[in-house]
Design a protein around this ligand. Structure first.
Ligand code: GRF
Length: 189
């Protein structure tokens, strides 16, 4: 996926392993611009862990798989790696290879409610608000420096489905907006 930034392109890799609704939000925001510039062409590749697992422990397979991803993203001269619902732990080697160039979207106001089931955690805690965080990725789980956060109030008696839908809608605005800003900053750098 290549975001047009004037005469320059920001070369973006999106890693996703869930429903892909955040990927769709990015595509919607960026692909129209690409189409307009007549430069559309979104490359994709799959790295299923199974093909790297023969005879190896899972952790070792993940290292090998992530090395293959590093090679591919370097071949594609990727500037920015976007984790869009990527529910897997990246190897240290991968994080170091793209240090400061990996961003993630998380459905809470980090550092509150990190990890899995963040929206459920917020609802069960009785909190009156939660939100969305886009942050740089470091070697911890949901711990890297925050780029931008948006608050989502929790209505009294709101169901998990309702809150999830509202949090996702905010994710789908915030993540493409942050990517666009990074692209713009790169253009003026
Ligand atoms: C999103 O809520 C994201 O913040 C979290 O996993 C979910 C993925 O959704 N990490 P999708 O695959 O983008 O639809």
């Amino acid at each position: 996926m290549h975001a047009v930034t004037g005469s320059e392109h920001l070369r973006i890799a999106v890693l996703a392993s869930g429903e892909g609704s955040n990927l769709q939000a990015i595509v919607d925001a960026i692909a129209r611009a690409l189409q307009r510039a007549n430069e559309a062409g979104i490359a994709s590749a799959e790295f299923p862990l199974g093909i790297y697992a023969a005879g190896e422990a899972t952790a070792a397979a993940r290292e090998v798989r992530d090395r293959a991803m590093i090679d591919r993203l370097n071949d594609d001269r990727i500037d920015l790696v976007v984790l869009a619902g990527y529910m897997q732990i990246l190897s240290t080697e991968f994080i170091q290879a793209f240090d400061g160039r990996i961003i993630n979207v998380h459905p809470s106001l980090l550092p509150v409610f990190p990890g899995l089931r963040a929206i459920e955690q917020a609802l069960e805690s009785g909190a009156t608000e939660t939100g969305v965080t886009v942050h740089y990725v470091d070697e911890g789980v949901d711990t890297g420096p925050v780029i931008e956060q948006r608050t989502v109030p929790i209505a009294k008696g709101e169901s998990l489905d309702e809150l999830t839908a509202r949090v996702h809608a905010v994710e789908h605005e915030l993540l493409p907006a942050v990517i666009a800003r990074i692209a713009a900053q790169r253009r003026t750098a």
